[in-house]
Design a protein around this ligand. Sequence first.
Ligand code: ATP
Length: 361
Amino acid sequence: MSDALIKIEGVTKSFGGAVKAVDDIDLEIGRGEFFALLGPSGCGKTTLLRLIAGLEAPDSGRILIDGMDMSAVPPWHRPVNTVFQSYALFPHMTVADNIAFGLKQDRLPKSDIRDRVAEMLDLLELRTFANRKPDKLSGGQRQRVALARSLAKRPKALLLDEPLAALDRKLRDQVQIELSALQRRLGIAFIFVTHDQDEAMTMATRIALMRSGKLEQVGAPQEVYERPGSSYVADFFGRANILPGRIAGRNGALLRVQSPIPGLTFQAPHSGELAEGTGVWIAVRPENVTFEEHGHPNRANGIVREATYAGDVSRYEIDIGSGLVLRVSIPNRIGESNSRPERNAKVCVSWPNAAGILLTR
Ligand code: ATP
């Protein structure tokens, strides 16, 4: 990336023990990106964010922001600002004073501070709350104050630690949209930590999925969903079915895979050369599997173990033998949901060749 704002070069961080919280990571984040650090608890995403902020120092490697090596630069002199999960607002100060705090510390002229606070109150629609204390605000309003306080210093990137964690489900959906709009309007990089794949998919322009201190895959939401590089990624985003097998040969653009079920092969597109007998996985998304009678080339007979109605979709678990259970998700369009199989029914499941993602790890 030629126009990278943040360059992370071979950064490793451990906390004394043998485990590396962040393990030799290389990553570039561009200006104006809305970038998600995603992964399960303990994968190192918060540590990576804190390394960028300067709240932790790497054991090895370095971080450059805007071309400058940050190794010797303390957090308060870095051109980034952090919004903490708890918001860390000063309870005894008004909203306006909270926003002005960092600017006063930087000894900006009084008139500049006044202008900047007014600008932030407008930007985050907080004008009517300017003289309130944080405990008289809702969760969403408190978050907007934390954002205003961080943005007042005009950072080149905003770092957000689980920005929606303290909000209830309904407010979260609304704030997701607000945050995305704010980021687009300001055009500065937002880098946020989350363990929620939906949240990352909805807000981010690019996602880094982390696993045990390393980057498993980095890409746009559509890329990581449609072209996962490993079974871990395919499972993490949208819980794909991961079917193990061995390469049985080629059929034009498709590779044939012998499943653990005797006599049953599947096929999926793949351009690379893989020797016969190589162990692989085929990932198939639940929404790409159907019960259609004259179905697709990849098919298996099975028994319905679970059938649940979830409003917009119905979900099924189909036992196809040899310990393989296929998750199927069918949208409930009006007039179509009556002829669905019930628990213990015998069914045939099938999916098109293009729905199979062939994975080698
Ligand atoms: P979570 O979503 O649970 O916050 P995370 O992906 O943000 O997880 P980190 O907080 O970065 O993960 O932690 C990565 C690893 O480093 C974990 O094994 C954690 O226990 C360890 N760790 C993090 N901070 C410290 C610390 N200050 N001292 C010791 N170990 C730490």
